[in-house]
Unconditional design. Structure first.
Length: 79
């Protein structure tokens, strides 16, 4: 399974990514081994995710979400 996810960073910002191992990826973000963006904004908390059968679908959805405004993302995650 592949996932597109949004985490809420300690500063309140949102980060969107994709992975094929969601638990491992969130752990990596919180250990400072994830994305450069989240490294200085730890800890992060998983706020939202979607499941996809293929990597391509997950990456396409990541791109779509990254083009959304913060307001749209907040509505999507229920915040």
């Amino acid at each position: 399974m592949n996932y597109t996810y949004i985490v809420r960073c300690s500063d309140g910002s949102l980060y969107t990514g994709w992975t094929n191992d969601l638990e491992k990826r969130i752990r990596a973000h919180n250990e400072g081994k994830g994305a450069k963006y989240t490294k200085s904004r730890r800890p992060v908390v998983l706020a939202y995710y979607e499941e996809f059968r293929t990597k391509e679908e997950a990456m396409r959805r990541e791109w779509e979400i990254k083009r959304m405004s913060r307001q749209e993302k907040m509505r999507m995650i229920g915040g």
